[in-house]
Design a protein around this ligand. Structure first.
Ligand code: N1C
Length: 263
């Protein structure tokens, strides 16, 4: 009798768990707590990494729930000073370049829990205690209640709930959905800011150097954001091409004409 290996069909439509996921998460935890933020030296990375794995291993990857991440959230609790939270939407790279230079400011990826998970994929399986390295559910094609989407919703919600003082958001004015009600920022974060703690949200609408100006502070889209915040008693301010961030864009486009007038 000839033995054929089981066909390796992909179960889901999204990328599988990032190779070496457990080691990456553990290593990033140590880098963050021992090297980048030694004031967090006391945190237990073994426990933290274990809690991360337990949140999704041996579970149906379409039945993930925020509850699964409660232990991880407890272990990675971290406070930052008021007025230092930076949100972003469709401006991942630029927002992180900004907080890298403005080292007193924090995006979620500058917090331990976001730093550990940034750019990784992960999921498990109901009938196995291992990660699925082949494929993971795609949030649109398979299910929204997958381990990764649920994680980002949970940690984004906590990041917003914990924010205090004047907060900022970096938006991309060169795309059609500059303010997207279905994004994590539009769907989760703005609704979880506490008006008693957060008096004002400052939006920076950034345009790619030499790119189109799809939206600006005077666009109806941005007005939507303004109205949502007004209803929640949070003051809204908006500025197009905020200079400190424009300078960052001009570092790599210094010869472009639009970068002359910036200086
Ligand atoms: O959906 P978005 O942007 O509006 O999410 C960004 C918003 C930020 O303010 C963060 O605090 O929500 C938080 N957040 C992350 O920090 C994050 N890191 C990586 C949300 N999502 C995050 N990711 C992944 O990018 C995640 O897989 C999610 O689906 C995308 C969202 O990016 P987006 O649409 O540009």
């Amino acid at each position: 009798l000839k033995w054929y290996p089981a066909p390796k069909h992909k179960e889901w439509n999204g990328p599988g768990t990032t190779p070496h996921f457990p080691e990456i998460v553990l290593g990033r935890c140590y880098t963050y707590t021992q090297v980048l933020r030694p004031e967090l030296r006391h945190m237990d990375c073994q426990e933290i990494a274990k809690a991360f794995m337990r949140a999704f291993l041996s579970k149906d990857p379409c039945s993930s729930a925020e509850q699964d991440y409660q232990q991880l959230l407890r272990l990675t609790n971290q406070t930052i000073p008021c007025g230092t939270s930076v949100f972003w939407s469709k401006s991942n790279e630029l927002a992180h370049q900004y907080t890298k230079v403005q080292w007193a400011m924090f995006t979620l990826e500058d917090m331990l829990v976001g730093y550990m998970a940034d750019n990784l994929d992960w999921c498990g399986d109901h009938s196995s205690s291992d990660m699925n390295y082949e494929s993971c559910p795609h949030w649109r094609k398979d299910c929204t209640t997958n381990p990764k989407s649920v994680f980002w919703d949970a940690v984004s919600r906590r990041f917003a709930e914990n924010a205090c003082g004047v907060v900022q958001v970096v938006l991309n004015g060169s795309i059609s959905n500059t303010f997207d009600r279905n994004s994590t920022f539009g769907r989760v974060e703005i609704h979880n800011l506490y008006p008693g703690k957060v008096p004002t949200l400052q939006a920076w609408v950034m345009h790619d150097v030499g790119g189109v100006h799809r939206h600006s502070c005077s666009s109806p889209d941005i007005n939507d954001l303004k109205l949502i915040l007004r209803n929640r008693n949070i003051r809204f301010t908006c500025q197009d091409d905020y200079r400190p961030i424009k300078f960052l864009q001009c570092v790599t486009n210094s010869e472009h004409s639009s970068c002359n007038s910036v200086m």
